[in-house]
Ligand binder design. Structure first.
Ligand code: C5P
Length: 200
């Protein structure tokens, strides 16, 4: 069975929690595509050339807590604006999306560019304040700085020319500003279950 769930949205909207719940419930493989850009950003910070770093990316490069920091997120969104970096990562993501057994991918352009044919497209969002508060609970430090970082990354991700962050026209928008994540997970599982029945 080929079945892709595309989950897009801005930073700290709840994509990771939702994707992991979907993967666990349906036994789908999960790819956090932000990690690809974070890993490239880390290599570039270490002196590598962006496109070459993207082409040479290995599974082992995607592990490590150093990829989870605010700085790694900023470095990721800078290299993610480079068309050569994005192009280098497309085929791997497409193959992952259409692998046998089902897949869930979370990112910014999964439903729009990587897999427009995805059987389910979800766009998870929340206000910048709510997202910054969640991220601050994870990383600590100064909450105002986390909010500034979220806004800066949103502006760069939405404003870039190549594959900007946007909901696909046929995506279901889930707003986690006021709903708790368990409720949103429940809604998403319902949507996917219904679509699986239709495609069988
Ligand atoms: O999702 P995460 O916060 O880990 O993503 C880090 C950065 O990588 C994003 O801010 C965005 O610039 C970039 N990204 C992207 N396309 C994706 C996933 C992430 O441009 N599919």
């Amino acid at each position: 069975m080929i079945f892709t769930v595309a989950i897009d949205g801005p930073a700290a909207a709840g994509k990771g929690t939702l994707s992991r719940a979907v993967a666990e419930r349906f036994g789908f493989a999960h790819l956090d595509t932000g990690l690809l850009y974070r890993a490239v950003g880390a290599k570039v910070a270490g002196g590598a050339e962006p496109e070459a770093a993207a082409l040479a990316l290995q599974p082992a490069d995607l592990a490590g807590d150093h990829l989870r920091t605010l700085e790694a997120g900023q470095a990721a969104s800078k290299v993610a604006a480079l068309p050569g970096v994005r192009a280098a990562l497309v085929q791997f993501q497409r193959n992952f999306a259409r692998r046998e057994g089902g897949a869930v991918l979370d990112g910014r352009d999964i439903g729009t560019v990587i897999c427009p044919e995805a059987e389910v497209k979800l766009f998870v969002t929340a206000t910048p304040e709510v997202r910054a508060h969640r991220r601050w609970l994870e990383v600590g430090g100064d909450e105002a700085r986390v909010l500034a970082e979220v806004r800066e990354r949103d502006a760069r991700d939405m404003g870039r020319a190549d594959a900007p962050l946007a909901a696909a026209a046929d995506a279901v928008v889930l707003d986690t500003s006021t709903l708790d994540i368990e409720t949103v997970v429940g809604q998403a599982l319902g949507i996917i279950t219904a679509r699986l029945r239709e495609t069988r």
